[in-house]
Design a protein around this ligand. Structure first.
Ligand SMILES: Nc1ncnc2c1ncn2[C@@H]1O[C@H](COP(=O)(O)OP(=O)(O)OP(=O)(O)O)[C@@H](O)[C@H]1O
Length: 273
């Protein structure tokens, strides 16, 4: 499939929530495309509406106005083509580590015909890749936050979704594991050619992983800036030490900080009114 074909489209999307304090306009008339093979990272101030946008792509929320489409058709609900990983990990506490990884494959079993042997191989592969092999029989509550996050990553990757939608997937990891998980994700994408939407608070992570970074404005959110990240894949960690990487990182960082300041100013003016 050609690289530039639109897969997920946000078309004049607006979102208003009814809250105890009246209507809250979270997203205003936003349009952007996620094309085949894109890795799109969304950065912006806390509470600006990034998770809301991801929920729309996942099919958990419908916009108040406008449409979110997949291959030109309006998204009506979640589907196995979109693997979603939320901030709060998304692992089932009543299943062991290996049962958690196998869970999505069992669901997929009906449609995509994963045999029992293949399922075992996939589970083993991700237990090893995520450093969880010694904990296969453990329940999530006995794992550290970082291990639970690795388990959630394993669950998301194991079902081989066409799209990976991730909300702060690496937030609970220590710096070394985070770095290893970045490289693992890049490897998987390189091998399997997926399309990714990532929400992150780390500008460095966004620039290292993505080919396009969207800077989202203070609420009501709009796209403040689209920054193309020109570094070819596969990428290596040494990229992060180059002047080109640092120039992009500081540019995006400044842009995000301006939006933080705008959001703070908005909040202060509400308090003083
Ligand atoms: N179902 C809902 N009902 C009412 N308000 C909501 C609902 N979902 C989200 N909001 C509000 O919409 C705003 C945007 O929330 P959202 O979680 O999308 O932001 P975010 O950019 O992902 O934040 P963060 O970076 O802190 O995770 C917040 O003010 C939140 O309180």
């Amino acid at each position: 499939m050609e690289q530039s074909k639109e897969r997920i489209g946000f078309n004049n999307v607006s979102m208003k929530f009814d809250t105890q304090n009246g209507p809250l306009e979270v997203v205003r008339d936003m349009s952007f495309s996620i094309n085949q093979g894109d890795f799109v990272a969304l950065v912006g101030p806390s509470g600006c509406g990034k998770t809301t946008l991801m929920n729309m792509a996942a099919g958990f929320l419908k916009p108040s106005n406008g449409t979110v489409t997949l291959d030109g058709k309006e998204i009506e609900g979640p589907g196995p083509d979109r693997g979603v990983m939320f901030q709060e990990y998304g692992v089932f506490p009543w299943l062991t580590v290996e049962q958690n990884i196998a869970f999505g494959l069992e669901l997929k079993n009906n449609s995509a015909k994963v045999t029992a042997t293949e399922k075992k191989e996939i589970v083993e592969r991700y237990l090893t890749l995520m450093g969880l092999a010694d904990f296969r029989k453990a329940f999530p509550k006995t794992l550290s936050g970082g291990m639970r996050q690795r388990l959630a990553l394993a669950r998301t990757y194991a079902v081989h979704p066409e799209f990976i939608l991730m909300d702060e997937p690496f937030g609970a990891l220590d710096a070394q594991t985070r770095s290893a998980m970045h490289d693992l994700l890049l490897q998987i994408l390189h091998a399997e050619g997926k399309t990714v939407m990532l929400i992150t608070h780390s500008v460095e992570e966004a620039v290292y992983l993505a080919n396009k970074v969207l800077v989202i404005s203070a609420r009501p959110s709009q796209i403040r800036e689209v920054v193309d990240i020109p570094f070819p894949y596969p990428r290596h960690r040494s990229l992060q030490d180059t002047p080109e990487f640092n120039t992009l990182r500081s540019h995006i960082h400044d842009s995000v900080m301006r939006e933080y300041a705008a959001q703070e100013a908005q909040a202060k003016s509400k308090v003083s009114n």
